[in-house]
Design a protein around this ligand. Structure first.
Ligand SMILES: [Zn+2]
Length: 70
């Protein structure tokens, strides 16, 4: 069996491994109800609609009152 004569450097190894990877842009589609950008096949995070129906209620972030912060 032929064998490599010398060990490749970490740099050379990592360059080879990184050559086949690249960042891919996330795909967004427009929500049919509110028009916000959402991921395909996912419930809209803004209005909670999916396939034209209300699926989940969107939680509204509570603003911390001063009494809660104490
Ligand atoms: Zn929406």
């Amino acid at each position: 069996m032929p064998n490599p004569k010398r060990k490749h450097t970490r740099s050379r190894r990592d360059l080879r491994r990184s050559a086949n990877s690249k960042l891919e842009a996330v795909n967004f589609v427009e929500c049919s109800n509110c028009g916000a950008a959402r991921l395909p096949h996912n419930v809209c995070p803004k209005c909670g609609f999916y396939d034209g129906k209300m699926v989940t209620e969107v939680k509204v972030k509570k603003a911390k009152t001063q009494e809660e912060a104490k």
